[in-house]
Ligand binder design. Structure first.
Ligand code: SIN
Length: 321
């Protein structure tokens, strides 16, 4: 990894700007070891629940090409996984195994099915080997359950009760569509001493139809799933920018949503992200994507004369300035 793309998230040093996103090829120990052996600058584990879960019926994931924009194919994926995972006790063990000898940060991710799960889940990882804990308040795929990140009082109640030390706590956030939602969430982030935010999780309740078959691409929720990949990148960038304008480097921001090249990563860097996570592209291309995207970002930074992430972070220029 080159020097230019070293970064810091929540006070933790990362060897590069690019890591895996929770939820993609990170559920089993074998998958986590593959991420540890890859160019990903961290190992982010699948969101774990109190008990193991099978998740939703298959097919629950579909990759598609939406069209092309500025000479590039715009890809997307639709997923309604339903939090398949091995239960948090396993991930506490996995974090210990992965930490041994891997030399990179390990991030736990937790998803409660009810408010009372969160203190237990976070507490288990606070006592374990993971370096940081991403609290997922944005899983869009649980039928009959409201998406927590849109209920700010519920987020406050959860944050009131979870143990916030010694490991840094992050929030994995849903996409927000209004500035006032971003402001309210940023206020919560500041009030509770959250160290990093990961934005955005996928866009809920999207529908992609196979017109030939006259039916949706996936089975759960009558075809409604969460949209990921290149087609959500503008929304993700908008959220990162709005949070960065308020948080201004005091809280780390991990950008996620449609990054499949160094140029995508550079857009997130200009917008204010301290690091990026890769989901759909990792699912499609496998672990080689991390080193490639980081190398492409290195080349862009070198060409433009930026010597570090810090020099380029948040340096987006505006028309008319
Ligand atoms: C899932 O397992 O349903 C995805 C989790 C998430 O997007 O938060």
């Amino acid at each position: 990894m080159g020097e230019r793309t070293k970064t810091i998230v929540a006070g933790i040093a990362f060897d590069s700007y690019v890591m895996n996103a929770s939820g993609v090829r990170d559920t089993t120990l074998e998958e986590l070891k593959a991420i540890a052996d890859s160019g990903s600058s961290a190992v982010v584990m699948k969101s774990s629940t109190m008990e193991p879960r099978q998740g939703n019926p298959e097919p629950r994931y579909a990759y598609f090409i939406l069209g092309s924009s500025r000479g590039r194919e715009v890809q997307g994926s639709l997923q309604c996984m339903g939090l398949p995972n091995e239960g948090y006790r396993k991930y506490v063990k996995f974090a210990r195994i992965i930490k041994t000898g891997c030399g990179k940060p390990v991030f736990a991710s937790v998803a409660g099915l009810s408010e009372k799960d969160y203190p237990i889940l976070v507490g288990a990882f606070q006592d374990g080997e993971a370096d940081a804990i991403e609290v997922n308040v944005s899983c869009p795929n649980l039928e009959g359950k409201a998406l927590i990140g849109y209920d700010f009082d519920q987020v406050r109640r959860i944050l009131d009760k979870i143990p916030k030390q010694p490991k840094p706590i992050g929030l994995k956030l849903p996409p927000y569509l209004e500035q006032r939602q971003i402001q309210e969430m940023a206020d919560i982030v500041k009030k509770y001493g959250i160290s990093f935010i990961t934005c955005i999780n996928s866009i809920p309740n999207a529908l992609v139809i196979d017109g030939t078959q006259e039916r949706p691409l996936i089975r759960p929720k009558k075809g409604l799933g969460a949209l990921c990949g290149g087609c959500i990148k503008p929304v993700a960038l908008g959220n990162v920018k709005m949070f960065y304008d308020i948080l201004r480097g005091k809280v780390s921001i991990i950008g996620v949503g449609g990054i499949s090249s160094g140029s995508d990563a550079f857009d997130f860097l200009l917008t204010g992200a301290d690091a990026v996570q890769i989901g759909t592209c990792f699912e499609k291309q496998g672990p080689a994507c991390f080193a490639r995207i980081n190398r492409e970002l290195e080349e862009i930074l070198e060409r433009k004369g930026y010597k570090s992430i810090e020099q380029a972070r948040g340096k987006l220029k505006f028309l008319g300035e």
